[in-house]
Design a protein around this ligand. Structure first.
Ligand SMILES: [Zn+2]
Length: 92
């Protein structure tokens, strides 16, 4: 398995597979898997999620693992998204 740029996979593209979420004040907010508050937002600069309630940081893999994906499934899913992302970029 090669090293992939998981951080380039947009957390927002989790869509219905992702945690409960909403757009609010220009931010993509979702349910924090740690404290359960709708206070976690994605930083578009590094694509890491940060919860403003419990101050915990999450990356994409962390999030998928908290959603009951096992590690390999999570990696698989992110790999597919990354491929789709790169395909889209190549068409531009
Ligand atoms: Zn939290």
């Amino acid at each position: 398995m090669g090293k992939l740029g998981y951080s380039r996979v947009d957390l927002v593209s989790l869509g219905a597979d992702g945690p409960p979420s909403k757009m609010s004040e220009g931010y993509f907010r979702f349910l924090c898997p740690n404290c359960g508050e709708m206070r976690a937002t994605v930083n578009p600069r590094n694509n890491l999620a940060h919860c403003f309630d419990c101050q915990k940081n999450f990356n994409n893999i962390d999030l998928l693992l908290t959603l009951d994906y096992d590690f390999l499934t999570a990696v698989d899913l992110l790999e597919r998204w990354l491929n789709e992302y790169q395909t889209r970029q190549a068409k531009k």
